[in-house]
Design a protein around this ligand. Structure first.
Ligand code: ZN
Length: 487
């Protein structure tokens, strides 16, 4: 079988001093040697050529990610990006016009923009929070600023906002605005250059090639999180720290997502699956990537060590809670609390639990949006599933559920998703926070589900559901195994 991912090739295997922790692209994770199932972690680092550990601190291991990933282009050059994901030949999945050329142009634009504002003396004169939005003027126009005034509106169109913010700058602009609006930049004395750098790195670490798990999804989740944080129960009791953790967790919760799911990483023996012992592989990676970028940017370097540790650990609590395979675990815990009526929001542990539930809601809230937005998200996630299915077919791997474009239908996928995951979660959320927003979200879910059912019935009455050729026509024949090609 042809190799469908590429391990990092970096001749950098040597112990990493602790102070280098925040170097560009480094991801840290706490571990013992047993984590890798081999007695000597160095064996693994030698094998990969890219993993080192700090010999003075046996609990810390570092993966060096710089230059780790090279996405091959048709033009024959390799464009580097931050982070790590399983190597997949994206020539299969994406046209050149969708990936390399705009990416490179955008990076240059960002670099120029960053240089421009670094040269500005405003930052070195100590002009800070009250003018925070000023630095983004170059990056979005008046319309985007107008949209931000209504960022708490549930009908907020994140796709439009993304187009208005230089197309793909929505996560930086939106997160910066929300942190500023809550007075968090001023309260926590955040350095705006570091904050900006952190947010740009976060946005860059999302894969723009992914149809769904990209920076626009992260911006959408951050906007939803903001709406939930404004709900009366939360707004009254949550501290500025809680809001800071909640917004950063939302912005980083899918960092460096490879566009394939955990079973794919496991069956292709990807090193992340080995590293995290096949458990919440992606979520662990998102969390560790977020920690790496926080340390690299030095955003919280001025805070006491205890606060920094708390931030990293709470980010982990929140991001790991987005593992959809653990949904029932969180949901039953939520139900027990609601049945007993024992949630006390003056208790920091309970507030953290509600932040977890809020992030889970924000992460799967697509069907709670208006039909137009919801349908657009559905198309994107289906495309990502089917792209994975195409790779699985090409490399003769087991086909993952929902990924076979020849068999699956978007309406069926959505009805199942809404019935088994979305409705149960949002019904409980509405019990916790019975507000107009919760009722609006449940209303949209009901209407959207009815729309999908209508489409499902139309397809079955037209006999569409038993016509694999229809799906087959949409498949790029170059991605198919030889025996499946049309003769
Ligand atoms: Zn997500």
């Amino acid at each position: 079988m042809e190799v469908c991912y590429q391990l990092p090739v970096l001749p950098l295997d040597r112990p990493v001093p602790q102070y280098v922790l925040s170097r560009r692209g480094a991801i840290s994770f706490s571990s013992s040697s047993a984590l890798f199932g081999c007695p000597n972690p160095r064996q693994l680092s030698q094998r990969r050529g890219a993993i080192s550990y700090d010999s003075s601190d046996q609990t810390a291991l570092y993966i060096r990610m710089l230059g780790d990933v090279r996405v091959r282009s048709r033009a024959g050059f390799e464009s580097e990006r931050r982070g790590s994901h399983p190597y997949i030949d994206f020539r299969i999945l994406h046209s050149q016009s969708e990936s390399e050329v705009p990416l490179s142009a955008r990076n240059i634009r960002r670099l120029l923009s960053f240089q421009r504002y670094l040269r500005s003396s405003r930052f070195f004169r100590g002009i800070a929070a009250q003018n925070a939005l000023y630095i983004l003027d170059d990056d979005y126009n008046g319309q985007a600023k107008c949209m931000l005034e209504k960022v708490g509106n549930w009908n907020f169109d994140i796709f439009l906002f993304d187009r208005l913010t230089n197309g793909k700058n929505s996560l930086v602009s939106l997160t910066f605005h929300l942190l500023n609006q809550h007075g968090l930049i001023e309260h926590f004395h955040l350095d705006m250059v570091k904050l900006r750098r952190f947010l740009v790195m976060v946005q860059d670490d999302y894969h723009s090639q992914n149809p769904y798990h990209n920076a626009v999804h992260a911006a959408d989740v951050t906007q939803a999180m903001y709406c939930y944080l404004r709900e009366p129960k939360l707004a009254k009791t949550f501290t500025r720290w809680d809001v800071l953790v909640g917004l950063i967790a939302a912005a980083t919760h899918d960092l460096d997502h490879p566009g394939v799911n955990q079973p794919f990483l496991i069956k292709t023996n990807h090193y992340l699956a080995t590293l995290y012992k096949n458990t919440s592989v992606l979520e662990n990676h998102h969390w560790r990537s977020a920690v790496g970028l926080l340390r690299e940017s030095g955003l919280f370097a001025h805070l006491p060590l205890q606060d920094r540790q708390q931030m990293e650990s709470q980010l982990g609590c929140l991001i790991l809670a987005t593992d959809i395979s653990r949904q029932n675990e969180y949901l039953s815990q939520f139900r027990i609390h609601l049945d007993k009526g024992d949630l006390r929001l003056d208790n920091s542990d309970h507030r953290l639990f509600i932040l977890q539930m809020a992030l889970k809601c924000a992460d799967i809230c697509n069907p709670c949006r208006t039909w137009e937005l919801s349908k657009h998200w559905s198309e994107k996630v289906t495309e990502e599933f089917f792209n994975q299915g195409d790779v699985e077919r090409k490399y003769k791997l087991d086909m993952s559920p929902l990924c076979d474009r020849r068999k699956e239908k978007m309406s069926d996928i959505q009805i199942g998703f809404i019935t088994y995951l979305v409705e149960p979660l949002f019904v409980e959320w509405a019990r916790f926070s019975n507000t107009r927003l919760s009722q609006t979200m449940l209303g949209h879910v009901g209407l959207n589900k009815a729309s999908w059912k209508g489409m499902q019935q139309e397809q079955s009455s037209s006999g569409d559901d038993t016509d694999p050729d229809h799906a087959f026509e949409e498949t790029d024949l170059d991605t198919l195994p030889q025996e499946d090609r049309v003769s």
